[in-house]
Design a protein around this ligand. Structure first.
Ligand SMILES: C[S@@+](CC[C@H](N)C(=O)[O-])C[C@H]1O[C@@H](n2cnc3c(N)ncnc32)[C@H](O)[C@@H]1O
Length: 272
């Protein structure tokens, strides 16, 4: 049976609204701000790390678009923040089509109101849980917008650490990639258990106290998500090191600091 969507409850902190707060958004409530502020106390670079994560999402999506991909599936979209993924890829080609998926009804309400794509392309939304790949892959909306005989770029940014091994995280990702044509991309960002273990353990504790399970993974465990795919250079690296561009540039002498300060792995793989 498919998972229920998250219940809309402003008394309980939720990851989408906490992330919105990190990014300076206004779509959050007192419980979200309280939990997010506690994270920011133990991890003062949270806001910068969230922005670095968004920058990677755009670089990886533009990379796929420049590789000729015109279809995108973004699961765990988050509350809209300009630019959104469709803005990044439709700037490369306005015909790009994007399906957004999230299990938070607030994200979907905002997404419906805010995310208008180009006239030539298309953006649409599926309210669903990443752990239900068949529901998402067989949804009428996805099938209308995406042609699965052509390559798709799957974006899983800052979401897989909410899916545990016991819930089948690796099989779930494989199910999506198996459904896609050769040439499809997988882009991942993932909170690390090994770049800044002391601080990230504390963050896991804050989320746990707010009722959310976070499953951090080390570099080897994040790399496993790309099994069967060709990892694009430079491989699995701290997210600010993946093909940096002048929009998001960290000087050489600050790179090692940022590895620990942001504590997030990323990578892109291509289905052979
Ligand atoms: C930290 S935000 C990341 C947003 C965006 N992907 C980014 O990287 O900028 C995580 C998002 O994943 C969504 N999410 C968490 N668990 C999910 C699940 N099981 N199924 C679908 N979405 C989920 C949350 O609602 C939230 O919007």
């Amino acid at each position: 049976m498919a998972h229920d969507l998250v219940e809309f409850d402003t008394q309980k902190a939720h990851s989408a609204r906490m992330y919105d707060y990190y990014l300076g958004g206004k779509d959050n409530f007192a419980a979200d701000r309280e939990a997010a502020s506690t994270v920011m106390e133990v991890f003062p670079e949270t806001a910068q790390a969230a922005r670095a994560n968004r920058e990677f999402v755009h670089r990886a999506a533009r990379f796929a678009a420049r590789n000729g991909i015109r279809q995108f599936l973004d699961i765990g979209t988050g509350i809209p923040t300009e630019p959104n993924l469709h803005n990044a890829v439709q700037a490369v080609d306005p015909r790009c089509r994007v399906v957004y998926v999230d299990n938070d009804p607030l994200v979907l309400a905002h997404a419906r109101a805010l995310m208008f794509g180009s006239a030539e392309g298309r953006t649409d939304f599926v309210p669903a849980d990443i752990r239900d790949p068949h529901v998402i892959l067989e949804s009428e909306t996805l099938r209308e917008v995406l042609d699965l005989s052509q390559p798709v770029a799957l974006n899983l940014a800052a979401i897989l650490h909410f899916v545990t091994d016991e819930e089948g995280a690796y099989d779930i990702v494989r199910t999506y990639m198996d459904a896609f044509a050769p040439g499809s991309h997988l882009a991942v960002t993932h909170g690390s258990s090994d770049l800044n273990p002391e601080v990230f353990e504390k963050i896991v504790g804050v989320y746990a106290r707010a009722g959310m399970t976070v499953a951090l993974r080390d570099k080897a465990a994040v790399t496993r998500f790309f099994d069967g795919l060709d990892l694009v250079e430079p491989g699995v690296v701290p997210m600010h090191r993946w093909r940096p561009n002048p929009d998001f540039y960290i000087p050489e002498e600050r790179l090692a600091w940022a590895d620990t300060a942001f504590g997030v792995w990323c990578g892109v793989g291509v289905k052979p």
